[in-house]
Unconditional design. Structure first.
Length: 214
């Protein structure tokens, strides 16, 4: 059986307004609790308002999380792009097995002399040139460790005054017939030599690639 809040409220009002008879305190308490329980203080409007507030909070939190995910994703994408763009600059990489390349490039470096001495740093590249300004003695430094083959070329260019400067090669260089080539002495002449080692520079093998080149 349904309980009418109107009837309960009317009964409570009657009890409160009675001028005769007696009413037990418990009765007032029970009637009051009944009214409180059967007459919700939360209205439809307040429910809608609270729901709207909660939806707003959820939406705001969701937007925050989406922003964080977007930012993190952007950061990760940038990191991947940066890593991808710089992969070719890896130094000292070692590959096992066969490597097939459509093309590859070698680093070129021009070396100069000072006080009749010229140093070629094998770490600096595989292709070198030197324009003579004086008689000079060459030194080869930093070849790879024994067991790794290393080959380089050196272009020797005479000065424009045809001074006929000479070169002394490292004593570790073994030339064909144990005889170092004679440089072309004419003005701006170019001689190209190739050197290779596989024992950490203990022995170098030298070859003439071409002389008196224009």
């Amino acid at each position: 059986m349904a309980i009418s809040t109107t009837v309960v409220e009317a009964s409570l009002t009657t009890k409160l307004n009675a001028t005769t008879g007696s009413t037990d305190g418990k009765e007032f308490l029970l009637l009051g609790k009944a009214v409180e329980a059967l007459t919700p203080s939360v209205t439809v409007a307040s429910v809608i308002s609270e729901g709207t507030t909660q939806v707003g909070l959820v939406t705001a939190q969701g937007n925050t999380q989406v922003g964080l995910v977007t930012a993190q994703g952007t950061t990760q994408v940038a990191a991947v792009q940066a890593a991808g763009s710089s992969y070719a600059a890896i130094a000292g990489a070692t590959f096992t097995g066969e490597v097939l390349a459509a093309s590859y490039n070698e680093t070129f470096a021009a070396v100069t002399s000072s006080s009749n001495a010229t140093t070629v740093d094998c770490h600096a590249g595989n292709s070198f040139s030197h324009t003579l300004t004086e008689n000079t003695t060459f030194t080869f430094t930093n070849p790879p460790a024994s067991g790794t083959s290393y080959t380089m070329s050196i272009e020797i260019i005479q000065d424009s005054g045809a001074s006929g400067f000479t070169v002394t090669w490292p004593s570790a260089v073994d030339w064909p017939a144990a005889t170092a080539p004679t440089l072309t002495a004419t003005a701006s002449a170019k001689d190209i030599f190739v050197f290779t080692t596989r024992d950490g520079g203990t022995n170098w093998y030298g070859f003439t690639a071409g002389q008196a080149l224009a």
